[in-house]
Design a protein around this ligand. Structure first.
Ligand SMILES: Cc1cc2nc3c(=O)[nH]c(=O)nc-3n(C[C@H](O)[C@H](O)[C@H](O)COP(=O)(O)OP(=O)(O)OC[C@H]3O[C@@H](n4cnc5c(N)ncnc54)[C@H](O)[C@@H]3O)c2cc1C
Length: 456
């Protein structure tokens, strides 16, 4: 049997797949375009502040994450979000209001009008069901009403996808919501019933799953993976083309001024959709074009530290998200040093703020100073910043997060049939089965299981 595997892309998806396969006796070769591993995951300690360039945390929605951490020997480095970060805020009429977390809070909150609350109570009696091409906005309007869309789902989607619910497909972006309606006919009723079933499967729902990171940030995870894969990775590789022949895949690439090639029975593409599209452009079918069309909006991450005495609000939660209706320049603010310990020193607050996404991609074009000023002005008007001259950094993601558009369900079907036609070729990346770090790890397990089953 050919136990050689080539993996292209060294983000969390590619690294995890490589690590799992290597631990099962496969000879793995990883080709990475840049001179760094980790993809979107990068943590840096600057002047004592822990700067996360990409994800700050992930939701532990599967026990597989602990399996991985155990194998890597870093389970004891995992940290959970603080109790106070259970509190989340939404901006409404210029002020931040706590998002109600339970039925009692929901009845008394000022975030939603009485009319919106009554509308929500009707949800279990709505008989219509979603269809595969429904957007998150259509789904929410139909089941929960406009106000819930504007002041809960719209900011939430901006926080998770840097996206807009009007353009995202509910079936693939939020499969659990879609399935609740399909299986139980109601979100509220389904949540109660499915909780019991999930317990039996030992799984967590996204609502109850714990938010996790690592003592020194998310990069501890990719560092641990990399330390097991050092001799398997080749950096600074440009993939020129891929060809399939007699059950093998040949990847022709350039590295260090040399033309090279690698042949293997299995090939895993763990790169963004637009890069995968170029790689398979010589193969049959229209998947390359479909993958090229997946939109990745730009996002700027602006990290800022303030002395606690200079902030006019006692930060006591996860942070706040901003509904589009509020017409602000940024998407929201994570209160990183409240969520996790070890993010900064005792005198400071560390905040991670987001600009752009599909809501306002043009704002990511602002220069560094202008971007920081835009965020500072907004923060000042919302939580009161007396001295804005402290630490700040800006990270730019020109193509940040793949948007699961209205027809993404059809895109995933096309990906599946392409993989069925090309035995041994796999897509394992955030544009396919979920964008969160935890989803990428789940996909890596699924991909390596498939390769193990079909190769042994
Ligand atoms: C700003 C930001 C904030 C986020 N926040 C969160 C969060 O809080 N929680 C969460 O769970 N998720 C979050 N995410 C999403 C999550 O981080 C990503 O979806 C996930 O890390 C993607 O991993 P990946 O390996 O699939 O892709 P990537 O991380 O994109 O890795 C792809 C790799 O492929 C390489 N590559 C690209 N082109 C080529 C090529 N032609 N040849 C070879 N290699 C190539 C890249 O250099 C990269 O190393 C965030 C993402 C961003 C950008």
């Amino acid at each position: 049997m050919n136990k050689n595997v080539t993996i292209i892309g060294a983000g969390i998806s590619g690294l995890t797949t490589s690590y799992l396969l290597k631990s099962r006796g496969f000879a793995v070769k990883i080709l990475e375009k840049t001179n760094m591993y980790g993809g979107s995951i990068r943590s840096e300690r600057i002047n004592g502040h822990l700067v996360e360039h990409g994800p700050n945390s992930t939701l532990e929605t599967t026990p597989l994450i602990n399996d991985l951490l155990n194998m890597l020997g870093i389970l004891d480095r995992k940290i959970f979000a603080s109790q106070s970060s259970n509190k989340r805020y939404i901006l409404k009429n210029g002020a931040i209001m706590p998002l109600p977390m339970g039925p009692g809070g929901f009845l008394t909150t000022k975030l939603f009008s009485g009319k919106a609350k009554l509308r929500l109570l009707k949800e279990p009696f709505i008989k219509s069901k979603s269809h595969p091409g429904e957007t998150i906005a259509e789904f929410t309007r139909r089941r929960l009403g406009n106000e819930f869309l504007d002041y809960a789902i719209n900011p939430f989607v901006a926080g998770v996808f840097a996206g807009n619910p009007e353009n995202l497909n509910v079936k693939t972006a939020f499969p659990k919501l879609y399935d609740l309606e399909q299986n139980y006919g109601s979100l509220i009723g389904g949540m109660f019933k499915s909780r019991k079933e999930r317990k039996q499967r030992n799984e967590e729902s996204k609502q109850s799953a714990k938010t996790i990171s690592f003592v020194n940030g998310m990069q501890e995870l990719t560092d641990a993976l990399y330390s097991n894969l050092k001799e398997n990775i080749e950096f600074n590789c440009i993939v020129n083309n891929i060809s399939a022949d007699g059950g093998n895949y040949t990847v022709n690439y350039s590295a260090g001024g040399e033309l090279k090639s690698v042949v293997s029975g299995n090939l895993v593409l763990s790169v963004p959709a637009y890069a995968a599209a170029d790689m398979i452009s010589g193969m049959r079918g229209d998947l390359p074009r479909t993958l090229k069309d997946i939109y990745y909006p730009p996002v700027n991450v602006i990290i800022a530290a303030f002395e606690k005495k200079d902030v006019g609000f006692n930060l006591d939660g996860f942070g706040f998200l901003i509904p589009e209706k509020e017409n602000r320049k940024f998407l929201g603010s994570l209160w990183s040093s409240i969520i996790f310990e070890h993010r900064t020193d005792a005198e400071h607050y560390l905040l991670t703020n987001f600009i752009g996404g599909s809501r306002s991609p043009e704002l990511t074009k602002l220069g560094d100073e202008e971007s920081v000023k835009a965020v500072m002005d907004e923060l000042d008007s919302i939580i009161g910043i007396k001295n804005r001259n402290g630490f700040s950094r800006i990270m730019r993601w020109e193509k940040a997060i793949p948007q699961y558009g209205r027809n993404h369900y059809a895109v995933t079907e096309k990906i599946e049939s392409f993989m069925n036609e090309h035995k041994g070729l796999f897509f394992c990346s955030n544009f396919y089965k979920g964008i969160s770090v935890c989803d990428c790890i789940k996909s890596a397990f699924a991909t390596s299981d498939k390769i193990t089953q079909t190769t042994n």
